[in-house]
Write a protein that binds this ligand. Structure first.
Ligand code: ARG
Length: 665
């Protein structure tokens, strides 16, 4: 296994070469519109930007750990990131042992088998390659030995073993792990300290007014909300923006149609219950009636010049859509601030001016276009009819977020189909000097499409797009069926049953989305997501209620548990206790990873592992011992109760995913 830093470096190098080669190829091709190499070039550039970003993270983590002495552990209430601490320790050891290696690779991972210890350092192979390239005569085991000899004094390593090919197995000190668990129990799940309050803008959900809010928007809504929750937990100031499409030319025809169908719309609100149908009717007229088309164009102009009656009509239409969207957001408990394209209207004018003044604008058949450095496809900032585009509004939006909102991080959550649009926007914003990617993190977090169980685009049986409210309602129905199958309706009160129904339905829909790597397409299947075996929210919710019920069944109240957290040592002698304890403490490293790559499925995988590890523990370690005959509690193994309580990290994980656990189901 290669270490990430070297891998990153060499891939970057290879790709830089490929970029040079392709650029040359493009130059030599007479027809510059030849798409193949350009498309590949854009792809490579995007990938390279990602690699560079990753490289910076890795470099930063190295710089934070200069060789020799180890910085003492801070006394913050936060959970310690064991992996990061081990990286520091091994970073020191590696630099001390081999000062001649520049930017030595430091790679530590948890092991997947107990026989390899608890964590593993995988740096030696890469170091061996680097040393060999310098002509040194060494073998991996010797390198590993030298690294181990140089390990600084530290609080958490019990012992190390050198395995084949120089892998270093790390065994953690039980007493230290136990102390970390006690600290967690006393302080609760605390985020790592932030050196400075930072601001994040997350642009997500963002459906289009008067058009269908489709499953793609559902993905964006779920993923974006979870990212917001992550940053909120980490203590960032988060601005949740709904960049709705509310300023397109479609409004011309909608308003023209509204004027015909509901001429008194200025005094009474027209009952457009079905905006979709209304949209279709107006589109039909737009395509078929020449006069209507002309009038529709005039309406756009009059709307954009803010004539009050037109603004009123526009508002009416937006309101109908907004109410629809809100129903979805209410179900899923999503909070958003609507700041649609129209919000940037005036700023767009300024932005175009700024690009013109800086000499970046070219004329092309009446359009105003901008070529961003390194890109062969231009942005269109003004159409030939004088109107603005999706490009213009996004340029205005990014500028506003950088300068007025003063964001440190900006994330756009849309389907991957928009990747090239955002790469152009980011490149143009950098070209004009609005931000430096080394300082501000601006990222498009793309995702794949939602497929039906037939692996084709997600559609209803009749081939229409699926309405989100219908989908959510079906989820509710299916979740209730499932609960009734299990005869939960006989055990739970009607309120509890309803709570469980919603938690399962919406939890499962969210989790099904989040537990897949967002980059990939995913198959929407109610049967799979509601299955309570396997990596599903249904399984996790059950597992969680079981953990929570243990102290209830043993009649231990919160106060007793809190007291015990301060006074009872968390014993980790049993193999399953040890495994569970370590798993619980991996929470901070999982958070670190998802903050870096914004891939939330890592958190889902972790929660699933935690739940199964917990089940193993529960199956082989008694928390409470009861009299076989009377069922009376004879002994409470308090430290095990505490281990159950430490599963609070699971609740925090649910919280970040936007899933609501229930106490009974
Ligand atoms: N309304 C757009 C769509 O439905 C998504 C907007 C995403 N955000 C942005 N700043 N462009 O495709």
């Amino acid at each position: 296994m290669g270490d990430p830093l070297t891998e990153c470096h060499s891939r970057l190098e290879q790709q830089e070469k490929e970029i040079k080669r392709l650029s040359a190829e493009i130059e030599s091709i007479k027809n510059p519109k030849n798409l193949d190499p350009t498309a590949r070039l854009d792809e490579l550039r995007e990938e390279n930007a990602k690699l560079k970003y990753r490289l910076n993270i890795l470099k930063r983590s190295l710089q934070e750990s200069p060789p020799s002495s180890l910085t003492p552990l801070s006394d913050s209430k936060a959970m310690l990131n064991i992996n990061q601490r081990l990286q520091q320790i091994f970073g020191r050891a590696i630099s001390a042992a081999y000062p001649e290696i520049e930017g030595p690779p430091v790679a530590v991972t948890p092991t997947n088998q107990a026989k390899f210890g608890d964590y593993q350092c995988n740096s030696v192979m890469a170091m061996y390659q680097m040393l060999k390239a310098k002509g040194a005569k060494v073998n991996p085991v010797e390198i590993a030995e030298k690294v181990v000899k140089n390990l600084p004094d530290n609080e958490l390593i019990e012992k190390t073993e050198i395995a084949r090919q120089g892998f270093i197995n790390i065994h953690l000190k039980r007493s230290f792990v136990s102390q970390l668990l006690s600290k967690l129990l006393v302080n609760g799940v605390q985020p790592p300290p932030l050196s400075k309050k930072k601001k994040v803008v997350v642009d997500f959900s963002s459906p289009n007014i008067a058009k269908e809010m489709h499953v793609g928007h559902l993905r964006s809504t779920i993923i974006g909300d979870s990212m917001c929750r992550l940053f909120e937990f980490l203590g960032y100031e988060v601005l949740r923006l709904n960049h709705v499409g509310d300023w397109g030319t479609q409004f011309g025809m909608l308003i023209a149609h509204l004027q015909d169908k509901f001429p008194d719309y200025l005094t009474t609100s027209p009952p457009i219950s079905d905006l979709q149908a209304f949209y279709k009717e107006s589109k039909k007229r737009f395509d078929e009636e020449e006069d209507f088309k002309k009038r529709a164009y005039q309406c756009v102009v009059r709307l954009q010049s803010k004539e009050p009656d037109f603004i009123k009509a526009w508002n009416l239409i937006c309101d109908v859509s907004r109410r629809e969207f809100q129903r979805v957001y209410d179900c899923l408990d999503i909070k958003l601030i609507e700041r649609g394209e129209s919000y940037y209207q005036e700023m767009m004018t300024e932005v175009v001016k700024e690009f013109e003044e800086r000499g970046f604008v070219e004329l092309d058949e009446g359009r105003k276009i901008v070529f961003a450095t390194g890109h062969s496809v231009p942005l269109t900032v003004v159409k030939s009819d004088g109107g603005y585009t999706y490009d213009t509004s996004d340029l205005a939006a990014i500028r506003n977020r950088l300068f007025d909102e003063k964001a440190d991080i900006i994330i756009y959550v849309t389907d991957s189909g928009q990747a090239s649009h955002f790469q152009l926007i980011f490149a143009a914003a950098q070209m004009i000097g609005w931000y430096d990617p080394k300082v501000t993190r601006v990222e498009h977090a793309g995702f794949g499409v939602v497929l039906g169980e037939d692996k084709k685009k997600f559609k209803t049986r009749s081939g229409d797009t699926v309405r989100l409210m219908d989908l959510l309602e079906e989820g509710l129905k299916r979740s209730m069926d499932k609960l009734k199958d299990k005869e939960r309706d006989k055990m739970l009160s009607p309120e509890e049953l309803e709570k469980a129904q919603k938690a399962v339905a919406f939890g499962c829909i969210k989790y099904a989305d989040l537990s897949h790597n967002r980059i990939n397409d995913y198959i929407f299947s109610f049967d799979k997501m509601l299955d309570d075996r396997g990596n599903t929210a249904a399984y996790l919710l059950y597992a969680f209620t079981r953990i929570r019920s243990i102290s209830r069944l043993a009649n231990i109240d919160e106060a007793t548990l809190r007291k015990a957290a301060e006074t009872t040592e968390v014993l980790l002698d049993h193999e399953k206790e040890w495994k569970l304890g370590k798993c619980i403490l991996r929470f901070p490293e999982v958070l670190q990873k998802i903050t870096d790559d914004l891939l939330l499925h890592t958190l889902c995988d972790y929660l699933y592992e935690l739940a199964t590890t917990f089940t193993e523990f529960y199956d082989s370690c008694y928390c409470v011992e009861k009299d076989r005959k009377t069922g009376e509690v004879i002994k409470v193994n308090m430290w095990r109760m505490l281990l159950c309580d430490a599963a609070a990290v699971m609740a925090k994980g649910f919280d970040i995913l936007g899933i609501t656990p229930v106490s009974r189901m």
